[in-house]
Design a binder for this molecule. Sequence first.
Ligand SMILES: Cc1cc2nc3c(=O)[nH]c(=O)nc-3n(C[C@H](O)[C@H](O)[C@H](O)COP(=O)(O)OP(=O)(O)OC[C@H]3O[C@@H](n4cnc5c(N)ncnc54)[C@H](O)[C@@H]3O)c2cc1C
Length: 395
Amino acid sequence: MTTRTAVVVAGAGPAGLTLANLLRRAGIGCVLIEEQSRAFVEQRPRAGFIEEWAVRGLQQRGLGEKLIASAPIHEKFEFRFAGRRHAFRYADLTGHRHYVYPQQFLVTDLIAQYVDAGGDAVFEVSDVQLHDLTSDSPAVTFRTADGEHRIDCDFVAGCDGARGVSQGYLPADTTVRARHDYGIGWLALLAEAPPSADGVLFGIHPRGFAAHMARTPTVTRFYLQTAPGETEADWPDERVWRELHARLTVPDGAIVQGELIEKRILDMHNYVIEPMTYGRLHLAGDSAHLVAPIAAKGLNLALHDAFILADAIEAYFAGDPAPLAGYSDACLPLVWQYQEFSLWLSEVFHHSAAETSNPFLARIAEARMRRLLDSPAAAAAFAELYIGRRSAADL
Ligand SMILES: Cc1cc2nc3c(=O)[nH]c(=O)nc-3n(C[C@H](O)[C@H](O)[C@H](O)COP(=O)(O)OP(=O)(O)OC[C@H]3O[C@@H](n4cnc5c(N)ncnc54)[C@H](O)[C@@H]3O)c2cc1C
């Protein structure tokens, strides 16, 4: 196994894989290490909605060809509110769309592009530890079935997600860990059912929020707002479908049922770790900032970080250290824009269910919804935030 490289990338999610591919293409030495098996990460379902600027960013860098060729494009969604359908055509307002491509497909493509082209990747590592991060030569140690390993390097990229070890290496006294808990859960569901509509459905309902999102022609994702402390055991299939029908069905808008193949409570919280850098360690993606999937932003931010970090490391080895020194500052403005939008949207989505506990918040949520539906200016501002960045031109 390699014992010295330029960059050790921890984590084969969208952030780590994009970064590893870009470093390899730039001729920069790189070893990718991943806790899980290749088969596991290639099948792990999560995101599906990728913003157009991020897709163009992948395309400009020679990645994402399969995505572009096969991902359906979404240009509108539908609010189901006050018993009616309200189509929201955000592409008409912004000129930008979403590509719908299950995250595991993107991960599979990026692994193939990296490994098949000779990229160095080690799966099923454990006991990952980072060393000497403030020196000129940090190191990463880990264990595999073959024994213990050490890789000395110039930089460590901590792309190991919200449960990885990298974020734990940022010292408490110089790091701000900003966190927000929503105080609710989402039941994330995957059903073997064709999409019930040709776009996303957001059900704003006094019983709680619900959503429908196409994934593939035969699999659909649904979400249900749940009360704090509820677990999967509180949600037998019969209750799931009863609530999905109650919260999403409107005249001419039924929900297609299917076998539930995933049922997982998500604890809804966000965090941002600032700065995203400590010595020779740079965090990217969920390891640096988690955004609950309310506005479908996390994967997009992971790609944003990876693009910026790859360019900065390339500049460093070309003799310009400034972009790497400014990496965290370059990433965080978009991170905070997306966090703010997720929080705002959460209040619209979830506060209708506060009808009995807090009628004031429920009325505020309703007022926001009506403004969104009645005011072209409010709709345009919302659409811009919903589709995210306007352009990949400067990425
Ligand atoms: C249900 C759900 C739906 C979502 N929908 C959307 C959406 O539609 N759009 C969107 O933009 N975002 C969405 N997201 C968010 C998106 O999935 C994440 O933001 C994205 O996975 C972040 O990518 P990442 O590479 O930073 O981290 P991850 O994908 O978490 O990858 C981190 C990798 O590191 C590995 N790892 C962990 N610890 C170690 C270690 N010690 N050493 C080595 N490797 C390690 C993990 O196994 C993992 O493979 C959704 C999330 C969920 C849960």
